[in-house]
Design a protein around this ligand. Structure first.
Ligand code: RIB
Ligand code: CA
Length: 310
């Protein structure tokens, strides 16, 4: 069983990552920390609380940084909508936030756990970067970082850069300079797990609370991803991080050097991964290069089935 903290910006695909982590016997979800990103911190935090309450995922939820370290907040309303999780009406919210800031929650949890903990990040890296700066001692308590972010080919929200990294490139630089074991689930791989209508229909047959939420969210996610990027099935980015923890053989990686473009030109926020090792720089990341697509959808289906019937 792997102990994890999931740092996210829900977000439709973040919601599916929470679903995969919430009831899996191979994962001990110690808590969920929230960042701004897909929407403002207020909205992403509300979404995280609603998802956990609706699915009876009884873990602490801590609200994190409202802004990136340097940049201004840049939400992604075109994909995730005004609420950040358009498409589903949750029951009246009763679940309360953990009293600590997400950065403090990460530090406390890591220092108090006897085992090493994996940090999964499916949004901007602001909270983790701030925790590393505030308390460097946490480094020896982190087993690995598994993040959704970057691309060694095309970006999405700019030709060069992927949204999570572009939201806070300086935070990404801090994390990639930390000497931690960093597994990057990049767009190059997440663009292979496309949530076509046949996948939605497959999950709809599960007919429980989790599949109802999945179907409702994927309807909006697919519509918006088609409007913006032309996809017939949306790339289901974030849950690949959790699926990897459930099945280590799911994703193939290349150990390489990755640097973040911090210049303020048109490539700002790009992840430059030297897959050929041409520059012979220190290898600081494991970059995703392939995925077993069928196995991924099997993991999603099996995970949704772990939730209670309606
Ligand atoms: O670029 C994809 C990433 O940006 C995903 O994490 C999605 O939720 C958005 O945050
Ligand atoms: Ca996300």
């Amino acid at each position: 069983m792997e102990k994890i903290i999931l740092d996210c910006d829900p977000g439709h695909d973040d919601a599916v990552a929470i679903m995969l982590a919430g009831k899996n016997e191979s994962i001990n979800l110690l808590g969920i920390t929230v960042s701004s990103g897909n929407q403002s911190i207020e909205k992403t935090t509300l979404n995280a609380l609603n998802i956990c309450q609706y699915l009876d995922i009884d873990v602490p939820v801590a609200k994190g940084c409202s802004h990136p370290i340097i940049r201004e907040v840049e939400v992604c309303e075109a994909i995730h909508g005004e609420s950040g999780l358009d498409g589903f009406e949750f029951p009246c919210l009763k679940k309360e936030l953990d009293s600590r800031h997400a950065v403090q929650f990460i530090i406390d949890t890591l220092l108090n756990e006897k085992d090493k903990v994996t940090i999964v990040v499916t949004g901007p890296l602001t909270n983790l970067a701030m925790a590393l700066r505030l308390e460097p001692k946490i480094i020896e308590k982190i087993k690995r970082v598994v993040l959704m972010g970057g691309s060694y080919q095309m970006g999405n929200v700019t030709p060069a850069s992927e949204f999570n990294v572009l939201c806070d490139p300086e935070a990404a630089h801090i994390v990639l300079s930390s000497n931690l074991a960093i597994y990057m689930i990049t767009l190059d791989v997440t663009r292979k797990v496309l949530c076509y209508d046949k996948i939605v229909e497959r999950m709809k047959k599960i007919n429980n609370k989790a599949s109802d939420l999945f179907v409702a969210l994927m309807k909006v996610f697919n519509e918006n991803q088609h409007k913006v990027f032309g996809y017939l099935g949306a790339p289901l980015h974030d849950p690949v991080t959790i699926a990897l923890i459930i099945d280590e053989s799911l994703v193939q990686f290349k150990h390489t050097n990755t640097e973040i473009d911090l210049s303020h030109g048109s490539s700002y926020g790009r992840t430059n991964s030297d897959l050929f090792d041409y520059l012979k720089k220190e290898k600081n990341s494991y970059v995703s290069v392939d995925i077993d697509v069928e196995r991924f959808w099997d993991i999603v289906e099996t995970s949704l089935k772990k939730y209670e019937v309606k």
